[in-house]
Design a protein around this ligand. Structure first.
Ligand code: NDP
Length: 681
């Protein structure tokens, strides 16, 4: 069956000579891929003019809710994808990483999008910068979505996760995507795309997919587009130099394979927990996905006097790994993706053998399930040992993208760090030690060369997500050889699909642009207490100046008794003076309470609850006899999607009789929308 691509709103079958796609397990042909006949320029235009415009009608929260619905929809149909994933050579466990891992990433972005982004279409990055003495000229950074298409060129090893970990942040940012899965496993990504498109959960034009080559697509990229690439360094480097990418300075994110390390600490003796955790992790990484993970451990770096112990322990465990038809529950490792990769790995092992010796190659019989595995792309777990790692370049340069890893020894921590750095930049490095001083030395020593570092010991091993798993919350990417790019990392990756722009102007004008009151901007008072207003009626800049209140010694004493806070600076003039004060000072928490007493409206009002306080600073001490007064201003209003209430942020300034600021903070309240049926004041 020919796999159709989805372009400009329709499924299109190629009209040329197709590429046969074969089962990694049996070598039988299962699909054909062919993208000839597709108009790639039209795809880009459709993305820009239909998809982008449709997506950007929605706020971040609305987009996040769509991602959540999509994640649920796909999860309910996951068996469909598991069936296809089998043909890639994946065991159930491998498929879980790819399929459930991909859906988990959608869920994570759906949640982060609602928690960490505003319910708006513009993201404000950081605080206000005052650029003038008088405060009439200020600056602030905003992020807006790019108006092009996000083109994702993905690798063969994770057809689902690889697609969704890029799609989720792009879509959340407001960009439509064209997904180009690696041809060899494109049938899995294509099925996911088919289910997504049929669900109609996303706005039209959000997602298109190319099964086969990208043709002349790169020739039509323009300045608002983004390209993300995952795959081999050589292909990535070639695409990054495309004349259009260079001419239009098109954002190009690259994530490529790297020679990731796993290092055993000098403190980890053979009978320690860390030693056995280390061995377990190396074996897991070597065999998961048959070692075809960009994060897999390629270099096993251990203290010189533990080389033999490590090799013996790995040999023992690897000898027990069951290899064969991944459909069988007892099988721990399936084949490589295809015969081409198999031949590649054979070649790479030959190259590694120039300076390393083979110390293990599994000889277990392949477990069959009724059909011959003769034409499958199997490769047996292989362990190399390099006795001169400092003098050899092969173990640090040559990556066999399969179940192959090289053991090497180190003399001391500096030596270990130097060996790790010889990888010239990696996605991830891990260190197994129960000595925090070693951990610090190691982490800081290799951090400039790594996108992620895992430090594992007995305290976190049980709950650890492991060396090889990129988490949506944490950055995935790495220096140099690893491509120099960055993905995931929570909301950080959403910003990769947006333009950060520095806005400069008056506080009032800037507030009008991004919908958030900026100190120094115009405020307005209409005589109605803002707490009496519904969420829908509050306007940015609505403000209240309260009455004044004199703070007395009696207040301080009563508050100390009530709270139990008898800190010397509040209770004793003499001791207060020996600190940084002139005399006894009012509790900061009392000033906050007294401020609330000044601005709170006691009756039943649409304000439902105080739900947080941010950016609190106590600036000037309040002494007995001082007078305080509060200025409360609506800073922003953030409707909650699908709820009868919203969040109102209030800018609060507590001042004193000398017009000095005593305390500043942002107060968060939940405020009822008009739909709530309660009769307020
Ligand atoms: P490639 O770099 O050849 O392919 C990666 C992606 O780029 C695929 O989608 C591929 O499509 C696409 N591609 C290839 N050439 C072009 C082009 N001229 N224009 C646009 N897109 C293109 O990697 P392979 O899949 O062949 O794997 C080779 C090696 O890459 C592995 O042995 C391993 O070392 C490394 N690798 C790294 C991964 C990582 O996650 N960092 C993952 C997988 C592999 P198509 O499939 O149609 O050629």
């Amino acid at each position: 069956m020919k796999l159709p691509s989805y372009a400009y709103g329709q499924w299109i079958e190629g009209s040329g000579v197709p590429t046969p796609l074969k089962s990694a397990v049996t070598g039988e042909q299962i699909y054909e891929a062919d993208s000839s006949g597709i108009n790639f320029n039209q795809m880009l235009e459709y993305g820009r003019t239909v998809g982008g415009i449709n997506i950007r009608k929605y706020t971040f929260h609305q987009r996040a809710l769509m991602l959540k619905e999509l994640a649920k929809h796909l999860t309910e149909r996951k068996e469909l994808f598991y069936k296809l994933s089998y043909f890639t050579g994946a065991t159930k466990n491998d498929s879980w990483f790819d399929i459930d891992g991909g859906f988990g990433t959608l869920f994570a972005y759906a949640s982060k999008g609602r928690k960490e982004l505003p319910n708006q279409t513009v993201f404000i990055d950081g605080g206000t910068e005052v650029l003038s003495k008088g405060g009439t000229f200020v600056g602030r950074h905003i992020c807006v979505p790019l108006e092009g298409v996000s083109v994702h060129i993905n690798a063969f090893n994770f057809p689902v996760w690889g697609m969704l970990e890029k799609f989720a942040p792009s879509f959340l940012a407001g960009m439509p995507c064209i997904i180009k899965p690696a041809t060899s496993t494109s049938y899995v990504a294509q099925k996911v795309a088919e289910v997504i498109i049929a669900s109609k959960i996303l706005p039209e034009g959000s997602l298109q997919i190319i099964c086969g080559s990208v043709g002349n697509l790169f020739d039509h990229l323009s300045l608002q587009d983004v390209v993300t690439f995952t795959g081999s360094h050589s292909t990535g480097a070639k695409l990054r130099q495309h004349k259009n990418i260079i001419e239009h300075s098109i954002r190009f994110n690259m994530e490529t394979d790297s020679l990731n390390c796993c290092v055993l600490g000098e403190d980890a003796a053979p009978d320690s927990e860390e030693f056995s955790l280390f061995v377990k992790e190396v074996v897991r990484e070597l065999t998961t996905k048959a070692g075809q993970r960009c994060t897999a451990i390629r270099r096993i770096i251990v203290p010189n006097d533990r080389v033999q112990d490590v090799i013996t322990a790995l040999q023992k465990r690897l000898a027990g790994v069951v290899i064969g038809d991944p459909i069988l529950d007892e099988v721990r490792m399936g084949p490589l993706v295809d015969k081409h990769q198999q031949a590649e790995v054979v070649e790479r092992v030959k190259e590694l053998s120039r300076t390393s010796e083979k110390v293990f190659e599994s000889n277990v019989e392949l477990k069959q399930n009724g059909h011959s595995l003769e034409h499958g792309a199997f490769f047996r777990p292989t362990l190399m040992y390099c006795s001169q790692p400092s003098a050899s370049s092969e173990p640090h340069d040559i990556e066999a993208f399969g179940p192959v890893s090289t053991v090497m020894g180190y003399a001391n921590m500096d030596d270990a760090i130097n060996l790790v750095r010889r990888g010239r930049g990696s996605l991830v490095g891990s260190f197994f030690s129960n000595n925090d001083a070693f951990c610090k030395m190691f982490a800081l020593g290799i951090a400039p060369y790594h996108g992620r570092i895992l430090i594992l010991n007995r305290y976190c091993a049980k709950e650890s997500t492991g060396h090889g798993s990129p988490m949506p919350q944490m950055v995935h990417g790495g220096q140099g050889r690893a491509g120099g790019g960055e993905e995931l990392g929570g909301i950080r990756s959403v910003l990769h699909y947006m333009q950060r722009t520095a806005l400069q102007g008056s506080p009032t004008t800037l507030a009008a642009i991004y919908g958030e009151y900026t100190v120094g901007g115009k405020t307005h008072t209409d005589g109605i207490h803002p707490f009496k207003k519904y969420f829908d009626d509050l306007v940015i800049g609505d403000s209240l100046l309260t009455k004044t209140r004199v703070i007395t010694l009696e207040d301080i004493e009563k508050f100390a008794d009530l709270s139990g806070d008898h800190f010397y600076a509040h209770m004793d003039d003499d001791l207060a003076r020996r600190s940084i004060f002139d005399k006894r000072v009012a509790h900061g928490y009392f000033i906050l309470s007294a401020a609330a007493g000044l601005f709170v409206e006691p009756g039943l009002v649409p304000v439902l609850a105080n739900y947080g306080l941010e950016g609190l600073r106590f600036i000037t001490p309040v002494y007995p006899g001082d007078t305080i007064q509060v200025r409360l201003t609506v800073k922003s209003t953030r409707p909650k999607e699908g709820e009868h209430q919203g969040v109102v942020e209030w800018d609060v300034i507590v001042g004193n009789q000398h017009n000095e600021q005593v305390a500043i903070y942002t107060l968060l309240t939940l405020v009822a929308k008009r739909q709530r049926t309660i009769e307020y004041l």
